[in-house]
Design a protein around this ligand. Structure first.
Ligand SMILES: [Zn+2]
Ligand SMILES: [Zn+2]
Length: 209
């Protein structure tokens, strides 16, 4: 299975991806599934999930929640996450049966994980080891941290624009939750256009709207 586990749609102000185009492009690029993770809302995920009628393509409803210690990707959600407090957000995600992943934990110029990893064992379900908007050093450091503390790892594009869809992904066999628990995920992708994406989001948020 090849899933891009971090994608935004136009339900995020910094993204221009349309739900129907997301489905079409994700399949064209050979993905078996995606997680839609808009900023602080599951609206985009619900939308894309409703549009998907392909039994061979999986849409995971998620959100990327901003907290005081960094951003958390909540996957497999059914309801909006109300809290913006790090540990409360994780609890809310788990109460829904979802999984909590620390997004771009080692980012230098974006919100990174500001909580000691040693105290997160057993609380978070994994960390994002590959983000296509990250610098090589950031991804390297994230993967090293995951290995050190025994966290599962995900990979995703953090796409905000069509060209970014599928530029980061997670490869696993069987059930994603199980693969994360046993550390059996592989991550890959390309960071070639990483700086371009950040700039486009900056302009989308401040000028286009
Ligand atoms: Zn964004
Ligand atoms: Zn994101």
């Amino acid at each position: 299975m090849k899933y891009d586990l971090h994608i935004h749609t136009h339900f995020s102000r910094c993204s221009a991806i349309k739900p129907d185009e997301l489905l079409r492009i994700a399949k064209e690029r050979g993905l078996d599934g995606i997680a839609v993770t808009d900023h602080n809302t599951i609206e985009g995920g619900l939308n894309v999930s409703k549009l998907n009628h392909d039994p061979n393509f999986k849409v995971i409803v998620g959100a990327e929640i901003k907290t005081e210690y960094g951003e958390i990707l909540g996957l497999f959600l059914n309801e909006e996450i109300m809290s913006r407090e790090f540990f409360e957000v994780i609890d809310e995600i788990h109460k829904q049966g979802g999984i909590a992943i620390a997004a771009h934990p080692t980012a230098l110029f974006r919100r990174n994980l500001k909580h000691p990893c040693i105290e997160l064992e057993g609380r978070i379900d994994g960390i994002e080891g590959f983000n296509s908007r990250a610098l090589p050093y950031e991804n390297y450091k994230a993967q090293k941290t995951a290995l050190k503390f025994g966290f599962g790892m995900t990979g995703g594009s953090d796409a905000h624009f069509n060209y970014e869809i599928g530029r980061g992904y997670t490869i696993f066999k069987g059930d994603l939750r199980h693969a994360l628990k046993t550390g059996d995920t592989q991550l890959d992708g390309s960071i070639l256009y990483a700086p371009v994406g950040g700039l486009l989001s900056f302009f989308k948020k401040r000028i286009w709207l």
